[in-house]
Design a protein around this ligand. Sequence first.
Ligand code: ACO
Length: 326
Amino acid sequence: MNHAGILGTGSALPEKVITNFDLEKMVDTSDQWITERTGIKERRQAAPTETTSLLCIQAARKALEMAGLQSSDLDGIICSTISPDMPLPSTAAFIQRGLGARSVLAFDLAAACSGFLFAMTVAEQFIRTAKARYVLVVGAELLSRWLDYQDRATCVLFGDGVAAAVLGPVTPPAGILATEMHTDGAFAEHLYIPAGGTSKPASCETVRAREHYIKMRGNELFKVAVRNLEEVSRRVLVEAQLKPNDLDLFIPHQANQRITEAVRERLGLAPQKVFSNIHRVGNTSSASIPLCLDECVRSGRVKKGDLILMSAFGAGVTWGSALLRW
Ligand code: ACO
């Protein structure tokens, strides 16, 4: 059995910044409310010409470069996204073509904000069983395309961004130590886009009713998020026979700074062990954790041998944790 780990990371953010003050001009909100209730100050928004796959290709090239690999070395591509270029074909197909990679197993995975960790878990199985050596995993969202800029409850929260990681065999003790992923459809309608799928195909009426935009019951999700994030974080630590105190870095999904704080307190972690960039990028869904990781790796915040816990929560609802020795 091989041991899988991360060999390189990379990210790509659109240039355009939307500040809380910009949003004050669009909906009935304030910089003060957004900052106090979420921790977000600004987020990025893709230009009309930018697509999910274009940003994925940029991020993937940086991750491959850090890993010292060529796109032709890839044996698999998994793109975690709920904002694909188009319903058909997969965004992964456009990434494979754009990178000039071989015709490898490439597909999209939909698990919302937990998607990057889900995709990493899948990639790990291929590497562990030697079915694949190098797998590109991308967390990619252009959620601004699904945002209703008349709905203050959602449009202030989300931002666009993409980040990638190249996974491959590593020598222990480095690598992925434990993962655990969950989905519970009981809360499916707490965060969803009602129309555009088979249950309600696009029509003039769905467009008029603004049903192609994200709808969220944030308040209910908040409590489930805190509870599930704490629980799953503890479980992967137990599986690896480690304790919260052993962690060098905790990267939670960036949904809300108050969720991060609540989970940090419940786990008994010191503030300096928890990474956050939500003030600069908002909630970028499945790009959120790899964006943080790439920032930590490139800034030197992550050092060889560090124990890193990544925990996510998102629509579905989905949640999960991955424990990694760098
Ligand atoms: N500006 C000003 N006021 C606002 C805004 C806004 N942008 N949004 C809501 N409000 C108002 C509400 O209308 C409400 O007013 P009322 O009391 O007069 O009815 C008041 O503020 C409080 O609203 P709440 O929804 O109770 O506010 P809360 O403190 O819960 O914050 C938030 C809302 C930020 C959405 C929070 O609940 C949250 O972060 N939830 C979790 C989100 C999450 O985890 N999502 C899953 C991951 S995302 C993914 O998977 C794609």
